[in-house]
Design a protein around this ligand. Structure first.
Ligand code: ADP
Length: 482
């Protein structure tokens, strides 16, 4: 008789060391050999040879009364099955069957632990979803219940103020109105955050005027900016289409969060908003916003925590400036919903620069010239800045602020050139040109040449001009580069 491949050869048989069940069976489905794991886990011990496979797979192999002859191909189609022990208990297996007509082998792995883990995971996921649902419903109800009285108080305060009250009372009512606004902002943040977490946030696609959007956001903050004696400068790339399609409300929310933080955390100096078009493909437009300030700044270790929910730099910040620490977490998620990224550059004690990109669509048949530009010019003029709000107006050439701004722009520029972000690099060379605008001729010329080469996306010439400008800045302005 021909030797079987796994014929029992005593304790040293290699199949006995296998971590899966191995069975050899004949054409009638009778087991001829089972390895150690098979003998032990099926409970037949050495009595396994001679047992029919239909006893191991009673649910899958129907051979009652010998009506249908056993076929190996029937087994081959089974990838998962319940395998029965001698005592009638069973366990799930993943199996494979090989047959060449004479030799039939079955390999099976007990997956009971894996199935149990999957079941547990599914149960945990379900429970987590239920908890999240209950929490979100709770948040939605509570915030709704809070909003109604806050709006009521604000309404009554506004009517009292409109009716005219004594000076002292007006001051108190103004404070109450401001508290109501703060409370509304916090309620809205909590509601937005829970919606974003639940994935229930949708981004609208509606036509809006991007220049008006920026102007309105600045106008909303102008009282606070003026009250602190800060300067604000808005610079928008003229190539940006005036009418875009996207979620104006949410874009305003992003910009407003960054701008109001810039105002909140700056006591002297300036705030600037720069908007550049970094990409246009057909009607898809990528805008790059930079909101910079000369405020308290953020250290490296604090930066890592910032975009996480409920994170404020430290408890003293909460006491001094208020807030929930949700603003930047929401801002980041909104930016990502608009297919963009948010980034922070900051130095403790010197200021911060938050930048983000968003993707929008250009409205059909709408150009770039219109009332929007006029609004911005008006805004910059009303802040005492020149028509188009140039950087020169804020940073007088040769002052430390001017030097610091040049250094920061040069650093961003080299980074953009290194990663091939030519559109952003061009925006920075443009700013550099303004910043050295009143400087010596050779410096102006170097900045101009740099812009030309960046525009041509010529890396080696751009690097040459960059180094040229850098050594002029080091020599003439004493700027130290890292
Ligand atoms: P909140 O909603 O409480 O304002 P944010 O998420 O907007 O919270 O900001 C979180 C923290 O990040 C602030 O408490 C502050 O410590 C820091 N931060 C944000 N923007 C600035 C900035 N422009 N300058 C300095 N610190 C900032």
């Amino acid at each position: 008789m021909e030797r079987l491949p796994f014929q029992y050869e005593g304790p040293s048989c290699p199949a006995d060391a296998a971590l899966e069940i191995i069975l050899q069976f004949d054409s009638s489905g009778t087991i001829r050999y089972g390895n150690r794991l098979a003998r032990e886990s099926l409970g037949y011990g050495d009595g396994l040879p001679g047992v029919s496979l239909s006893c191991l797979f009673p649910a899958d192999l129907h051979q009652e009364g010998g009506a249908a002859p056993f076929s190996a191909s029937q087994l081959q189609s089974m990838k998962q099955a319940m395998m029965y022990r001698k005592n009638g208990t069973c366990f799930p297996v993943h199996m494979s069957v090989y047959s060449n007509g004479q030799q039939n082998l079955l390999f099976a792995v007990n997956v009971a632990a894996q199935v149990e883990t999957e079941r547990k995971l599914a149960r945990m996921k379900e429970e987590a979803e239920d908890t999240l649902k209950v929490r979100n419903e709770f948040v939605a109800n509570v915030t709704h219940e809070l909003r109604t009285p806050v709006n009521g108080i604000k309404g009554h305060v506004t009517s009292l103020l409109d009716a005219g009250v004594a000076k002292e009372q007006k001051r108190t009512l103004d404070i109450i109105a401001r508290c109501c606004d703060n409370m509304s902002a916090i309620i809205n943040n909590i509601l937005d955050f829970s919606k974003l977490e639940a994935g229930k946030f949708t981004i609208e696609q509606k036509e809006f005027n991007v220049y008006e959007m920026v102007s309105h956001t600045v106008e909303t903050n102008i009282t606070a900016i003026d009250a602190k004696g800060l300067h604000i400068m808005v610079n928008m790339d003229k190539g940006i289409p005036e009418y875009l399609i996207g979620d104006e409300l949410r874009l305003t929310q992003i910009l407003n969060n960054l701008l109001s933080n810039a105002v909140k955390f700056t006591s002297v100096g300036y705030i600037s908003i720069e908007v550049t078009k970094t990409l246009q493909f057909d009607d898809e437009v990528e805008l790059f916003f930079v909101v910079s300030d000369t405020g308290i700044g953020i250290s490296q270790e604090e930066k890592d925590k910032l975009f996480k929910s409920f994170s404020q730099v430290d408890a003293s910040i909460t006491r001094k400036y208020g807030g929930t620490g949700l603003g930047l977490a929401i801002t980041k998620q909104l930016v990502e919903l608009m297919h963009g990224n948010i980034h922070l550059d900051s130095e403790k004690g010197k200021g911060s620069s938050f930048s983000f990109s968003v993707r929008l669509h250009q409205a059909q048949g709408k150009g770039t010239e219109g009332k929007g530009h006029e609004m911005l010019e008006y805004l910059n003029r009303s802040q005492g800045l020149a028509g188009n709000g140039s950087l020169e107006e804020i940073f007088q050439f040769g002052t430390p602020e001017n030097g610091e701004e040049i250094r920061s722009k040069m650093e961003k520029l080299i980074l953009c050139m290194e990663v091939g972000a030519w559109d952003k690099a061009e925006a920075f060379t443009h700013n550099l040109k303004s910043l050295v605008g009143q400087g010596p001729k050779d410096m102006k010329r170097a900045a101009f040449r740099l812009e030309m080469n960046v525009r041509k996306e010529d890396l080696s010439k751009s690097m040459e001009q960059y180094n040229n400008l850098k050594s002029l800045l080091e020599g003439q302005l004493g700027i130290v580069f890292e």
